[in-house]
Design a protein around this ligand. Sequence first.
Ligand code: GLU
Ligand code: ZN
Length: 280
Amino acid sequence: MAIASYRGRLAPSPTGFLHLGHARTFWTAHLRARAGGGTLILRNDDLDHDRVRPEFVKGFIEDLRWLGCEWTEGPDVGGPFAPYSQSERFAFYQAAFGQLQAGGFVYPCTCSRKDIQAAVTAPHAADDEPLYPGTCRARTLESAPGMRPASWRFRVPDGEEVEFVDGRMGPRRFVAGRDFGDFVVWRHDDVPSYQLACVVDDAAMGITEVVRGEDLLVSTARQILLYRALGRKVPAFFHCPLLRDEQGVRLAKRHAALSLRALRAAGRSPDSLREEWADC
Ligand code: GLU
Ligand code: ZN
């Protein structure tokens, strides 16, 4: 029986230097691709034009190589699914967005972040995106001519359970409309959202398993709804634990001392980092 071969990806955003938390996730992705006799691709998630800087692209390529990750497709080496930088893949996102519009899955929303915050009754713990209260759900472009630039939201099926079996954490279940609300697929500045770009690329590049941090569990549920709406095959998922500092605070980019380049400059070896992740 033919078994589709494993295709995994590393998808860093060039908005800062990679830190220890990224390294652990990316090393896990590398190991899982290697164990599956598969292919690992590098994708440059550079859509956030306000924060992206070219030195961070160069930086993640250097840092990932230093760590020992090996990829055979990517912005630096090319490959059959080029281009591998999201900023060069606009046509793919536009086509998918058109498909969502034609299918009636999305609507224009003119709410500001402040409007949404004000309408939300309780802060939402699972995720940092506030639950959208549905203010613009019934809106169409025709119903509000001349409105200010709108973002476009995906209308989630309220009450529906989105389930998947995570490769590390087992069965997971999130309820649409309760654990997450209508989410942005196209931003008011005419850029696709992370959710849409990620699904379009993971599908187009034939990714069979997505390895990412646990902070994206709820986004995985959102993305499963997008796969379904777009009629694409849902990949497998493996969510890695997040690294925390001694105070239990999640490692983020602000922990500059834990950037891979700072650790390398301080004489740490990739092996010594990996020894600490034996429990992963
Ligand atoms: N570029 C995204 C990030 O760094 C990718 C997340 C994902 O793996 O989907 O957060
Ligand atoms: Zn709105």
